[in-house]
Design a protein around this ligand. Structure first.
Ligand code: G4P
Length: 528
């Protein structure tokens, strides 16, 4: 197959959802269609169990699963599909944000009863900012839930999307009869038998045909006719360009657990979802079809065995072919490197691959050369943008608890930050180190891993910070900026890239500072 056909047949996406909406179940059913797994239950849920926050076995279990499910690739009717795992738990949101820089589209799973939940809102917002094409899957139709029109409204309002229903439920919960597929113009009857691979599909040429009354009963048939008329009246037609630009989001209804509505979703997905997209670098836009290889690191995973400190760096291929044993330029280090055993990931295994194409993810063994966001190329100086840091929610000083092990401590902190476990800020005033995290769980992970992998001990000390704001000033020589630096010296720190950060201790002080220094901009992310 030609290079161009290889690119065209790839679909790289992530499934985003609030925990429990059904991401794992849906992933598993998608893999079943691809024949990538043999039975249900093969995809492990990477959920953190409630109340298990201080259980290190749980953290280790989580890390193990998160390696296993980082990328799940499978073939479906000639399409190569790469699903990138996006943890739903809020303590791992940063990980998910970074993964979203490596996907070409997403599927958003919403629970029919719970509607739009908090994590979904945050993640969709990031996708919206990046104009990532999204398809919405409303799940658990076999349960009592919200009215379909109300849900569509909620998705539009809370998520700021423009929905286009591609299917519509016939009844719900106990009365759930099936789905009318507006995209293919047919009806799927729900039998509630998850073992069936494909549900009975009945082609419907005319919604007014009596056949429908026979299938689902007169009452349900009439309701369906009214609802479809409403749908067609309210929502515009599906426009693929609008979907690809992030201006329109198709919606499907179904039940992942019952494998219902999943095939329709998958079939539509492979048809409309984007092939690998061009990517903006600091220097220029890079197209997948370019012959020279480029790619970037979006995730680093430490070895599960603490005695071997090598790590897996996950690289998304943006352009060209990535070949085993070929020298590539590590742009930040200005160093050529060869990789003898790049891994590709398939549903239940990983294996060494000779060639990978744009859209693919390869995992390479790393002994500490890579940081998240690093770019690899065939020689050209390209730096991919778009792996930003977000302001953490929690901040603590980190102290060395074993003075004889300070070297180990700093090395450990350094490497854990490269992995993106948390963010390190160094105070300008006294050089003290502050660790910022999205969730409190990370502090335990860091302490545990520093001790078990690096032989270093640390303690924490609380620090009252509301948000970290990256500081942008057009003119650092003007008096306003100089005064800001002088007056706020106690609250200033540098991040790992030496960017200046203002650690505001309350929303009020942030607001006051913004008012007092109007020429300075304060950002919640490191990319602006
Ligand atoms: P997540 O990865 O998004 O966190 O969700 P996951 O797939 O683990 O699903 C969360 C729960 O919702 C699971 O039940 C799962 O079986 C259930 N579920 C998923 N899809 C459907 C559906 O279409 N209908 C119904 N009724 N339930 C669904 P659980 O009891 O928490 O877990 P388990 O013990 O069944 O694994």
């Amino acid at each position: 197959m030609s290079f161009i056909s290889e690119i065209k047949r790839r679909r790289t996406f992530g499934i985003i959802a609030h925990p429990d909406a059904g991401k794992t179940t849906l992933t598993e059913k998608l893999l079943l269609f691809g024949g990538a797994i043999q039975e249900a239950g093969a995809v492990k849920s990477n959920k953190i169990k409630k109340g298990a926050t201080s259980d290190f076995m749980e953290i280790e279990r989580q890390r193990g699963i998160s390696v296993a499910t980082s990328v799940l690739a499978f073939e479906y009717e000639g399409t190569k599909i790469n699903i990138l795992d996006t943890p739903g738990h809020k303590d791992f949101a940063e990980d998910t944000f970074r993964t979203l820089t490596a996907v070409d589209s997403v599927i958003v799973v919403v629970d029919v009863a719970k509607g739009v939940e908090e994590q979904t809102e945050k993640l969709v917002e990031v996708c919206r900012m990046r104009n990532i094409p999204m398809i919405v899957f409303i799940n658990k139709l076999d349960r009592e839930g919200k009215d379909a029109f109300d849900l569509l409204d909620e998705v539009e309002q809370k998520l700021g999307l423009h929905v286009i229903p591609m299917s519509f439920p016939i009844g719900m919960g106990y009365d759930f009869k099936g789905i009318y597929n507006l995209w293919e113009k047919n009806i799927n009857l729900f039998s509630g038998n998850s073992r069936k691979d494909i549900e009975e599909t009945i082609e419907i040429s005319d919604l007014n045909s009596k056949e429908i009354d026979e299938l689902i009963g007169e009452k349900a048939a009439n309701t369906l006719r009214e609802e479809i008329e409403l749908v067609e009246g309210i929502y515009p037609d599906f426009d693929r360009e609008a979907y690809l630009n992030g201006d329109q989001q198709p919606v499907f209804f179904g039940s992942a657990l019952n494998n219902f509505g999943v095939r329709e979703l998958l079939d539509c997905f492979v048809e409309i979802a984007p092939k690998p997209r061009p990517k903006q670098s600091e220097e220029r836009i890079v197209k997948p079809e370019e012959k020279d290889f480029t790619g970037f690191v979006f995730k680093i995973h430490a070895n599960m065995d603490p005695n071997h400190r090598d790590r897996l760096a996950f690289i998304k291929i943006v352009s060209g072919m990535f070949e085993r044993n070929k020298p590539y330029l590590h742009v930040r280090n200005n160093k050529k490197m060869k990789f003898s055993s790049p891994n590709a990931f398939f549903a239940e295994k990983k294996e060494i691959v000779d060639i990978s194409y744009p859209g693919d993810i390869v995992g390479i063994h790393d002994t500490g050369n890579f940081k998240i966001g690093d770019t690899l190329t065939q020689g050209e100086i390209i730096n991919y943008k778009g792996v930003p840091s977000f302001s953490p929610e929690h901040f603590r000083y980190i102290n060395n608890a074993d003075p004889l092990k300070s070297k180990q401590l700093y090395k450990g902190i350094d490497q854990l930050m490269d992995e993106g476990v948390a963010q390190l800020f160094t105070l300008e005033l006294n050089g003290r180190k502050v660790i910022g995290t999205v969730g409190a769980l990370q502090y335990e992970v860091i302490q545990y891993r520093l001790e078990h992998e690096y032989g270093a001990k640390c303690t924490y000390e609380n620090l009252n910070v509301h948000k970290a704001c990256w500081v942008e000033a057009d003119d650092i020589k003007n008096d306003e900026y100089k005064e800001f630096i002088r007056v706020k010296a106690r609250y200033l720190a540098k991040d790992k890239h030496d960017q200046l950060v203002f650690l505001a201790d309350s929303p009020f002080s942030l607001q006051m500072t913004q008012q007092k220094y109007p020429s300075i901009k304060f950002h919640y992310t490191s990319e602006f």
